[in-house]
Design a protein around this ligand. Sequence first.
Ligand code: ADP
Length: 195
Amino acid sequence: MRLILLGPPGAGKGTQAQRLVEKHGIPQLSTGDMLRSAVANGTEIGRRAKAIMDAGQLVSDDVVNQIVSDRIDEPDCRKGFILDGFPRTVAQAEALSAMLGAKGQKLDAVIELKVDESALIERMKKRVADTIAAGGTVRADDNADSFAKRLEEYRQKTAPLSAHYKQTGELVTIDGMQDMDAVTHEIEDILAKAD
Ligand code: ADP
């Protein structure tokens, strides 16, 4: 099963992706996690991406397209994968479609989590508080300025993906303001129908 989770920062994509990983045994491909790991490892890509990410802006399409294309070729993706945080621009969606076509693969579902924008900043603050309480490290882009920029990037560059995937007939929208279990339930219903 190959699926995309769409939604603004703080919509709950990561939480839902984690549950899908456990239930379906397919990996979560989070471009955010992959880029953060490149930064932590001091790779060439990481060195170039760090300042852009910290400011809440988008890394170039070429860089993330290549990361995803390489990752999809790994053996653990043979049964499928959950894309979280990719595609984030219409150009990335088109690149994804082309790369899957070239690999003889296709998407099973594009699931969008719709969340009131006013709730997002509160969710980010809660994530920061929870991380600190657990003794973890707060993400460099989880601060008011970078978060505002992430939301703006989302509105300008990522929100148009809804119309894109509506046009291809692949989009299903879920109310992301429901509690997490209700969202998980709706996702499972959608996947059962897509099977
Ligand atoms: P969020 O919690 O805001 O959804 P992510 O962890 O998915 O954040 O991504 C963190 C940052 O990594 C983004 O703000 C951006 O700089 C970079 N990034 C992640 N995925 C992409 C992508 N598909 N295209 C461009 N930049 C990306």
